[in-house]
Design a protein around this ligand. Structure first.
Ligand code: BGC
Length: 398
């Protein structure tokens, strides 16, 4: 089954996405590792070695490049760069710089994510984002990354600030049948400030770099008569974050599902099929999400995550075909979309669970052997653009 990606603009980013903690393994100085390893932890299925991408990243990159992808989103782990407060690991900086160089050497473009849910345990234990100097501490980490980011075309500061701000409610067992909980206002403020400060610092220190963050944007549609309630639902959960992006170079949209909102402001979940993570299967949600994100943020959109957790890879191909068709329609209608990153290259650790299979590649968790699924070659072959030349000046367009 082919999807028609030919209407995407020239230089459209065609990538796979990976997160640091979910793939690297043994991030022993991070807050999630600490939580996972405490007696009585609620995390029954810990991350541990993950899929050992900290050592096997050359294999991961080769899988993506050989399949035809032109862009590679990967995570940089703050707790590896700064394992103890104020102690920067030169070896960790060199590690991530090698990844950037290898991506460029393969003719791909890197998209590093600087923060993806985890923080160093020293930061968490001393108040985390509630520390009065939290933003300064984050910016100090970002400053340390400048040598890693030199020559990098684009960077994503924070992954899903809106979900991050929901974490306290999610950890307290929020009732998801009422939809996602509301983001904590204090966390929202500080994460936003951290993003903006990091963006300003990166613009000063890495000339030409294009900065954005990646927001969880699902297709929250309104039932007839529920327009006000649906607008409120969207405003709190993603649009307040999308508006922050108006000052950025681009906005990352991370979409997995869609559903209606009723007049009482609740999701109208149907009995339709769901994924391994329990989300309604709604591939065309991607179209609605990018349309709304573009109109609220007013900057170019990059789909920095889209995918499905299913055991059957044929379902992944069917889902992605539909999602790309919806994306194509949006682009034809004039929505400024500049790229698509599939979540995820690998089956990986889904924040407490190993069961959900988001990967284009299966990983044997005992031997770490990578086994490509048919979807890898299929999606790579849809690449619409041509990668920029390795290590040249940063792209002028987003
Ligand atoms: C996150 C990923 C996660 C994915 C699937 C996004 O919320 O950025 O870390 O694995 O969705 O749940």
């Amino acid at each position: 089954m082919a999807s028609n990606t030919t209407s995407f603009p020239p230089d459209f980013l065609w990538g796979v996405a990976l997160g640091a903690h979910q793939t690297e393994g043994n991030n022993t100085t991070s807050d999630w590792w600490y939580r996972e390893t405490q007696a009585g932890t609620p995390i029954s299925d810990p991350c541990g070695d993950a899929v050992d991408s900290y050592h096997r990243w050359p294999e991961d990159l080769a899988l993506a490049a050989d399949a035809g992808f032109t862009d590679y989103r990967f995570g940089i782990e703050w707790s590896r760069i700064e394992p103890a407060e104020g102690r920067i690991s030169l070896a960790a900086l060199a590690h991530y710089r090698r990844i950037v160089d290898a991506i460029h050497a393969r003719g791909l473009r890197p998209l590093p994510t600087l923060h993806h849910f985890t923080v160093p345990q020293w930061f968490a234990a001393s108040g985390g984002w509630g520390r009065p100097d939290a933003v300064e501490r984050f910016v100090r980490y970002v400053d340390a990354l400048v040598p890693v980011l030199h020559g990098v075309e684009r960077v994503q500061t924070v992954n899903e600030p809106n979900i991050l701000a929901m974490m306290p409610a999610l950890a307290a067992g929020a009732d998801l049948s009422a939809g996602l909980p509301e983001p904590d206002p204090g966390l929202t403020t500080v994460i936003t400030a951290a993003h903006q400060a990091a963006r300003d610092r990166l613009r000063e220190q890495v000339p030409g770099i294009l900065v954005g963050w990646g927001i969880s944007v699902q297709d929250y549609r309104s039932r007839p008569g529920a327009e006000h309630a649906a607008a409120q639902y969207r405003e709190v959960r993603d649009e307040q974050f999308l508006r922050v992006s108006a000052e950025d170079d681009w906005v990352g949209v991370q979409t997995y599902t869609g559903f209606d909102i009723t007049a009482s402001g609740l999701p109208a979940f149907t009995d339709g099929p769901t994924t391994q993570t329990g989300w309604p299967i709604a591939p065309r949600a991607l179209g609605g999400a990018v349309r709304r994100a573009a109109s609220v943020a007013g900057v170019p959109v990059i789909v920095t995550e889209n995918g499905i957790a299913v055991a059957d890879d044929a379902e992944r191909i069917a889902f992605t075909t539909e999602a790309l068709a919806a994306l194509t329609d949006a682009v034809r209608d004039g929505v400024d979309v500049r790229g698509y990153f599939h979540w995820s290259l690998l089956d990986n650790w889904e924040w407490g669970h190993w069961e959900p299979r988001f990967g284009l590649v299966e990983v044997d968790r005992r031997t770490f052997q990578r086994r490509p699924k048919p979807s890898l070659a299929w999606l790579g072959a849809q690449a619409p653009g041509v990668a920029s030349t390795a290590g040249t000046t940063p792209a002028q367009s987003v």
